[in-house]
Design a protein. Structure first.
Length: 83
């Protein structure tokens, strides 16, 4: 997958691409919700009920489940490890 320059052909490349594009970085560990991936990219429902984010493009009405968002936030909180 390649969208907006994000290279996701394998796990290592996808991780590095997110770091290079500052979507998720080890420096976001203290405040994962501030990572661009969570704050602007992934389509999620905010606590106030509003939906924000631009991905995925298709299906246009897809909203990432909270469990998925929590898992990504934990990954960022752990310093974006390569595991």
């Amino acid at each position: 997958m390649s969208a907006a320059g994000l290279q996701c052909f394998d796990e290592a490349g996808c991780r590095q691409s997110m770091i290079d594009r500052r979507l998720a970085r080890p420096s976001n560990a203290e405040r994962p919700e501030g990572a661009i991936l969570l704050s602007s990219i992934l389509r999620v429902r905010k606590p106030d009920g509003k939906v924000s984010g631009i991905m995925p493009i298709e299906p246009a009405d897809y909203i990432y489940p909270q469990a998925c968002v929590d898992r990504i936030a934990a990954w960022i909180k752990n310093g974006v490890p390569a595991d």
